[in-house]
Design a binder for this molecule. Structure first.
Ligand code: NIG
Length: 425
């Protein structure tokens, strides 16, 4: 692959981990992580050099961005892209005063089971395309709308296909999304299935591309004891852990995630001070056991507090306390939670603008959370920053300064995207 020098960069936000203060989880930008009038050299799909444009080395090719701001591509650490059907009527009813109930998941489960493989693949691919057009270059997505052994395995197999083609980066098994109708009143039996034969079938279907197991720990879904059972089975099978927690109430998800060493607990709309403290306490754990940019061990590191601003707006939930979490010292991520029920958008630009305008984050804090924070929630240090050796995933804004993301919310500010060193937009 030829090397390329990219010039005409008014602001280059590197979030280079080498410049982070190891004694404190950084909130926004550390000294030296923002370069002005900068250049980047990419080589063989990776960042080879960053610095002042006047000192840029020569390369095989050249691209001039004409004075635009460049960020690391967004790292979306929480999406549910494998689904069919439409739930816009449920959203409309919510905007008219209904409250969100997780039961809507079963509507999507019905439509997803009825869709043929090719239909589902085409739907997922169209959602990936939307995400990339908005600047997302690293994408996690989950099973969770099949909820039978065969259907969860099918979703895992389709995701493994997309993973092999480089279209998604991370796969999560979410058989514990909801107890499906066929198991009504037999939740324990369903948990046995999720933690046993379904887990095995999903691992067989996805192979080593499957890195995570997740559980919706909530009243009406899975209680703490059931969630623990599911997560322990996943850990025994070699998977890293993720939790949907404290979305609808104080149901113990955060404590569970921290106790079991989950990589991330997501939603966080209803927290006690003890939850905030527990998350902050994990932030002191090393995030990068190896210095080389790469995919880290899924089983060790901080439990990242992942907030989902678009979901909070779409469900009219109390906004997750992102400011308080950061000030307490927690590692913070922002993700889209793109799904048909609670957040049908993959726009991280929208989430970042909301985090600034509504959650009182600075732009640097919000952008870090949607790049480096998302990467840490996936226990990766090869993406989410533009330090030397990182994957060359670049998000070029059609703006001279990144603050335009919040200053001009809703405007199409993605000008160009490089993914793994190739310009894809
Ligand atoms: O993350 N909370 C659980 N799962 C999804 C919603 C799924 C749905 O309603 O379809 C979420 O918000």
């Amino acid at each position: 692959m030829a090397s390329t020098v990219i010039t005409g960069i008014s602001e280059l936000w590197t979030f280079d981990p080498a410049l982070e203060d190891p004694s404190a989880p950084p909130r926004g930008m550390s000294d030296g992580q923002l370069l002005r009038d900068a250049a980047v050299v990419i080589d063989s799909g990776h960042i080879a050099w960053t610095g002042p444009a006047t000192e840029a080395p020569a390369a095989d090719d050249q691209a001039d961005l004409g004075g635009r701001a460049v960020l690391p591509g967004w790292v979306d650490s929480h999406t549910h892209l494998v689904f069919a059907g439409d739930r816009s009527a449920e959203f409309e009813a919510r905007m008219a005063g209904e409250s969100y109930a997780a039961g809507g998941i079963s509507v999507t489960t019905g439509a997803t089971r009825a869709a043929r493989d090719e239909e589902l693949l085409a739907l997922v691919r169209s959602r990936i395309t939307e995400a990339v057009r908005g600047g997302t270059t690293c994408l996690e997505t989950k099973t969770g709308y099949g909820l039978t052994v065969d259907e969860e395995a099918r979703a895992a197999r389709l995701l493994a296909q997309l993973h092999a083609a480089g279209e998604i980066d991370e796969i999560t098994y979410l058989g514990a999304h909801l107890v499906p109708g066929e198991f009504e009143g037999r939740g324990e039996e369903y948990v046995d299935l999720v933690a046993g034969p379904m887990l095995e079938a999903v691992q067989d279907a996805a192979g080593p591309a499957l890195r995570w197991i997740d559980v919706f720990c909530e009243d009406g879904a899975f209680d703490s004891e059931q969630s623990t059972r599911v997560l322990r089975a996943g850990a025994d099978a070699g998977l890293g852990l993720r939790v949907h927690g404290n979305q609808l109430g104080r149901t113990g998800g955060v404590q569970l995630a921290c106790d079991l060493g989950a990589a991330s607990v997501d939603h966080l709309n209803h927290l006690d001070p003890a939850d905030v403290d527990a998350l902050a306490a994990t932030a002191a754990l090393p995030v990068a056991p190896g210095e080389e940019p790469g995919v880290l061990d899924a089983r060790t590191g901080p439990t990242v507090a992942t907030v989902l601003p678009a979901c909070d707006l779409s469900t009219r939930a109390p906004l997750a306390p992102a400011r308080e979490l950061l000030e307490a010292g927690a590692q913070l991520a922002i993700a889209s939670n793109c799904n048909p029920g609670t957040s049908y958008t993959s726009s991280l630009a929208f989430c970042v603008a909301t985090a600034v305008l509504q959650m009182r984050l600075t732009l640097a804090e919000a952008v870090r959370a949607a790049t480096r924070g998302g990467a840490l929630a996936l226990r990766r240090n090869d993406v989410g920053h533009l330090g030397v050796g990182a994957r060359a995933d670049l998000h070029v804004l059609d703006a001279p300064a990144a603050i335009h993301l919040a200053y001009r919310p809703g405007m199409p500010l993605t000008h160009a995207v490089w993914r793994r060193g190739t310009r894809v937009l």
